[in-house]
Design a binder for this molecule. Structure first.
Ligand SMILES: O=C(CO)COP(=O)(O)O
Length: 253
């Protein structure tokens, strides 16, 4: 039985005030005991304070990005070991915004995935198709290709310590979520791709859906067999909504 996991990706939103309000509120809500496993990924500058605020809490901490390098003259970059030292457990790699806006290739995403694990972090690998690819019937092949590029470089066993997230680009920040059936179809396919390499790793792999997940649609998504949680953008900045999603994940078990 796979555990459910809900991860909030704040992207480049927030402030110190929001950080304090949200994390204090989330911990109080989680303490009521009906939350699934949950993590928040605030912007990197807030991670140290977030770690202090979340000390001894059930909410985990994650980062949104890391360098593929361990250390060196890479101005502006942050390494996996720095994130781990701060108390991060997760790091998002291959988010479509980084692929599109920061020209991250499959190759670079694979290097970041490997760097994350080397630092003791759990990478949350994101894959997902554009609207044009979906309309051209290329969704399943495209996401499989993104996944296989990382499997080829990192090895299948690396996925026993990883999380996979399916985030269709057309559903991100648009309010146009994939239907539970559309999401399940892709999740099932991704699990089959992993199973071609290792049935045992596929059976255990936590797979999150991301793309306009909100308090109203989360439960239906979590009811799908291969959806093990959510990677939440906008709704993760709203205490009540994110809490509803964390509870929906728990009650779907
Ligand atoms: O990109 C996402 C999470 O990584 C999804 O963002 P939204 O939930 O705002 O659509």
């Amino acid at each position: 039985m796979r555990r459910k996991l809900v991860v909030g990706n704040w992207k480049m939103h927030g402030s110190q005030e929001l950080l304090r309000t949200l994390l204090t509120g989330l911990q109080a809500n989680a303490a009521q005991g009906d939350f699934a496993d949950a993590a928040v990924c605030p912007p990197a500058v807030y991670l140290a304070e977030a770690a202090t605020l979340l000390a001894d809490s059930a909410i985990s901490l994650g980062a949104q990005n890391l360098s593929q390098h361990e250390q060196g003259a890479y101005t502006g970059e942050v390494s996996g070991s720095m994130l781990a030292e701060l108390g991060c457990r997760y790091v998002i790699v291959g988010h479509s915004e980084r692929r599109e806006l920061f020209a991250e290739t499959d190759e670079l995403v694979a290097d970041k995935f490997i760097a994350a694990q080397r630092a003791g972090l759990t990478p949350i690998l994101c894959v997902g198709e554009s609207l044009a690819q979906r309309e051209a019937g290329q969704t399943l092949d495209f996401v499989a290709q993104q996944l296989n590029a990382v499997i080829a470089k990192a090895g299948i066993e690396a996925f026993s310590g990883a999380v996979l997230a399916y985030e269709p680009i057309w559903a991100i920040g648009t309010g146009m979520t994939a239907s539970p059936e559309q999401a399940q179809e892709v999740h099932q396919h991704l699990r089959q791709v992993v199973a071609q390499h290792s049935a045992a790793v596929a059976a255990e792999l936590q797979m999150l859906y991301g793309g306009s997940v909100n308090a109203a649609n989360a439960a239906q998504l979590f009811a799908q067999q291969d959806i093990d949680g959510a990677l939440v953008g906008g709704a993760s900045l709203k205490l009540d909504d994110f809490s509803v999603i964390c509870r929906a994940a728990q009650s779907s078990i």
